[in-house]
Design a protein around this ligand. Structure first.
Ligand code: ASP
Ligand code: MG
Length: 427
């Protein structure tokens, strides 16, 4: 939601007579502004922070004027804005650490939900604000505490019976110490998924401004189409490989509790969107996605031949630098892996040299093809390689799961690869 007008549209969308919990993220741009404020405060530049805060206050005052009809609600809205920004300003003359930053980052969702709830009330809707900080919690490993979430969310709903709409904040939560924390950027989708799982909802709907998950990247390929149905496994592969529409963590809680997830478009609410469920469509390729900024490392050693424990030693090096490996391919005398985090690349390469020769290729792209690749399906591999006949291929991964084939290519060949694959697999 970027404007007051969008907020009104969203209100119309949700008022279809069905009971629901509505999870909102901050208005667009807000979380980025709050990050900016925090960056200034880390640098003890309170003037810099003050400037961003003033700009935000002006913007929000305008939103309030536009959103509400009556003077009574305009005043209520202004009071909410004044309170939140007064709170943000208290951090400009304090010691600033990651704890204060998380308090600041939580304000975007507190403001958007407060404004929206007031708007619904002005329209006469029976709407209730559920404070996420009272039920959403992560544990010591930063994983959602499902039992706590379920218990406390149910309690909160029991204490507030009889409403048609419950509005709550996405993204924000408390950690195991009870401090304000968050579910990482883009985490509102995750909140919705966790709530749906906690309450065993009929359906989890994620509303964005695209009409579902497309079968290829519309920025690079013409005539992409929304995929009407995906299995949880296909969606998880695609979400991870950069299909921005869905936060990768969202799929798991829905899958575990078998709750369908529907991706819908606020700009075109009648469009079918994408339904993600346990149903696997057989015998088709669902979609293609790409992940940029990948580095490939090849470790070659005669010592790998007929040896055991070689892989473990290689993987341990990545583990010691907390660097996840995404793709792997092996031969008898070598192994190639990809990483998308280069922070410790030099140290990793240095350590790997104990075990063999090391080659590094930067600026690679993983192309992920998701669909039904169960073993008996013949013919897809030849179609894929035919489509890529003019594209140099660095790695191929097939059979890791039956829902995915991954191919590593040079960044400069990405668009040709995506277009070729679309033409061969979908047209
Ligand atoms: N407001 C948060 C962010 O911008 C969470 C979200 O939008 O999902 O990352
Ligand atoms: Mg968002």
């Amino acid at each position: 939601m970027g404007t007051a007008a969008r907020m009104k549209d969203v209100a119309n969308l949700i008022l279809d007579g069905e009971e629901k919990i509505v999870v909102l993220s901050a208005m667009s741009g807000t979380t980025n502004n709050l990050v900016e404020i925090s960056n200034y405060l880390y640098k003890k530049n309170s003037d810099g922070a003050g400037e961003v805060i003033s700009k935000m206050e002006v913007k929000y005052a305008n939103h309030v004027k536009e959103l509400y009809d009556t003077d009574e609600y305009k005043e209520k809205g202004m009071q909410l804005i004044r309170e939140r920004f007064a709170y943000i300003k208290t951090f400009t003359n304090k010691v600033f650490t990651v704890f204060e930053e998380k308090e600041i980052l939580s304000q975007g969702e507190l403001i958007s939900t407060g404004m929206f709830n007031l708007y619904l009330q002005e329209k006469g809707v029976k709407s209730c604000l559920l404070p996420a900080l009272d039920y959403m919690r992560i544990d010591k490993n930063n994983e959602p505490d499902s039992a706590y979430i379920r218990e406390n969310l149910k309690l909160l709903l029991e204490k507030n019976p009889g409403y048609d709409i419950y509005v709550t904040q996405g993204y924000i939560c408390r950690n195991s110490f009870g401090e304000v924390d968050n579910l990482q950027r883009g985490g509102s989708d995750y909140t919705a998924s966790l709530i749906g799982a906690a309450l065993l909802a009929d359906e989890i709907q994620i509303w964005t401004d695209i009409d579902g998950m497309h079968n290829n990247d519309p920025r690079f390929v013409e005539n992409t189409k929304p995929v009407s149905e995906l299995s949880f496994d296909e969606a998880a592969e695609l979400a991870y490989f950069g299909a921005k529409i869905l936060h990768p963590t969202c799929v798991l809680p829905a899958k575990v509790n078998n709750i369908p997830v529907r991706l819908l478009n606020t700009m075109d609410p009648k469009a079918a969107g994408t339904l993600i469920s346990s149903h696997q469509c057989n015998d088709r390729i669902a979609a293609i996605a790409a992940k940029d900024n990948i580095t490939a490392l090849r470790i070659k050693s005669g010592r790998m031949l007929l040896a055991y424990g070689f892989m473990r030693k290689v993987f341990e090096i990545f583990e010691s630098y907390k660097t996840p490996i995404d793709m792997i391919t092996t031969s008898e005398v070598g192994v190639s892996v990809t990483i998308d985090n280069n922070r410790h690349l030099d140290d990793i390469v240095d350590d790997l040299k104990k075990f063999g020769t090391v080659e590094v290729d930067k600026d690679q792209v993983i192309i992920c093809i998701a669909g039904d690749f169960s073993a008996e399906k013949k013919g897809y591999a030849s179609k894929i390689f035919d489509a890529l006949r003019d594209v140099p291929i660095r790695m191929i991964s097939y059979g890791g799961s039956s829902h995915n084939v991954s191919i590593l290519v040079n960044a400069e060949d990405k668009i040709a690869a995506l277009r070729g694959l679309s033409a061969s697999l979908f047209d």
